[in-house]
Unconditional design. Structure first.
Lengths: 166, 251
């Protein structure tokens, strides 16, 4: 991980934790790593978020949800979309990875392993149902831009794999 | 550099993404299989996302209060400066794959250079795009191999599409005046310098796919100067319809 940790005012952490990705409700936006900074200036909470993928349609919803959550907590809110530093799947926290797995989405591997997995060279993506690594890639693009579709050859379960983006 | 020229440079990069994104969005609900349908629409979404990044920046630079929607939906055909390649129709899946493949390899090289632009906004969009475009390259190159080294029929169709679209590739490497100025300022990428690597990379995949590399002496160009093929008007009619019927409409 080369990026510095985002600067987030500790008072805002519980509020931001209550906002989740609309496509992956078990993953809050802090664990997803899209919040790049959150600060309070004169009763106004200023939050900067970065999209996972350029065209991610969830960003507008996440922005609105953040505003609503902050308003409910008594803050004026400003949400800004920033592109730099570009989001990386390394920004997903350990807790986030665990939540993804429990939800049935295989968390991203590291970059080299990801390539091997998506090229079908190695069987290393673990089935979220039976934990077997005897799985294969069905499609590089899954239900959303950030996921690929896999299928388990042992239990037959189709599942999403959160692609590595570094 | 004057804002006007910088905006033109931004269009020379962004219009390709917009028009190709629009083209492949036609496959939404019409892809040959569910997986390819989803893949094409995902790629389309990536391209639209990237386009927004560019147009939002251009809107900030614009001195007459233009918005990203004005740039996307309210320009006339001659004002779009995308290359001819990206506006070519989806005649069959082989054409869709070949067009994507021929553009993706260029796109990746362009983004790799643009990330070092002295313009922070362009560098940021490029850095973000590289990650997405790498996946596009992988997807389209895999399909080239699958179709080329597949059945006799798939081989024939993909070869025909490559042969037919090849004449639009040279245009990618001819810089416009705005591009030349942007290069001088360290903002833009010298596309002419990408040509050798491009043809090497593309040829390598074609060889693996057991396909012939076209030997062509005549190339077609014009899109970068706003002179398009007959297909462009139809794309715009479809794409601009809502904004022209309901001006200022928002989702």
């Amino acid at each position: 991980m080369t990026e510095t940790k985002p600067h987030i005012n500790s008072k805002l952490i519980p509020i931001l934790k209550s906002v989740s990705d609309p496509e992956i409700p078990v993953l809050n936006i802090l664990d997803l790593g899209v919040v790049r900074s959150a600060e309070i200036e004169n009763e106004t909470a200023k939050v900067k978020i970065t999209p996972t993928y350029s065209g991610c349609p969830a960003m507008d919803v996440i922005g609105d949800d953040i505003k609503t959550a902050l308003h409910e907590a008594g803050y004026e809110a400003e949400v800004e979309l920033v592109l730099s530093p570009a989001w990386s799947s390394d920004f997903i926290t350990e807790a986030g990875r665990k939540a993804l797995k429990e939800y049935g989405i295989a968390p991203p591997l590291d970059a080299t392993a990801d390539k091997e997995a998506l090229l079908g060279n190695k069987k290393i993506v673990e089935c979220t149902n039976c934990h077997s690594k005897n799985t294969h890639l069905v499609s590089q693009f899954g239900s959303t831009a950030c996921k690929a579709l896999f299928k388990c050859d042992d239990c037959g379960e189709p599942f999403d794999y959160f692609k590595c983006l570094i | 550099m004057k804002n006007e020229i910088l905006i033109k440079y931004i269009f020379s990069v962004a219009d390709n993404a917009l028009i190709l994104g629009q083209r492949i969005s036609e496959l939404c609900g019409h892809g040959p299989t569910l997986e390819t349908d989803i893949a094409m629409t995902n790629i389309s979404l990536d391209l639209f996302g990237q386009t927004r990044g560019y147009y939002q920046y251009a809107a900030k630079l614009s001195e007459d209060g233009k918005t990203e929607d004005d740039f996307a939906f309210l320009r006339n055909e001659r004002e779009y400066i995308n290359v001819l390649l990206v506006e070519q129709p989806n005649r069959n899946f082989a054409y869709t794959v070949a067009r994507q493949f021929l553009f993706d390899h260029f796109h990746l090289l362009l983004m790799r250079e643009l990330q070092d632009s002295t313009d922070d906004n362009l560098a940021a969009v490029a850095k973000k795009s590289i990650k997405e475009v790498s996946y596009h390259v992988r997807f389209s190159s895999d399909w080239i191999k699958r179709l080329g080294d597949g059945t006799a029929e798939s081989h024939e169709k993909i070869q025909e599409a490559i042969d037919d679209l090849w004449r639009f590739t040279d245009e990618l490497f001819h810089p416009t005046e705005a591009e030349k100025t942007a290069v001088k300022e360290g903002v833009g990428v010298d596309v002419s310098a990408l040509k050798t690597t491009y043809y090497e990379n593309v040829s390598e995949v074609l060889k693996k796919a057991t396909l012939k590399i076209p030997e062509l002496k005549y190339f077609q160009k014009g899109g970068k100067n706003g002179v398009h093929t007959e297909y462009m008007g139809f794309i715009l009619a479809d794409m601009q319809y809502m904004q022209k019927t309901f001006p200022g409409m928002k989702w």
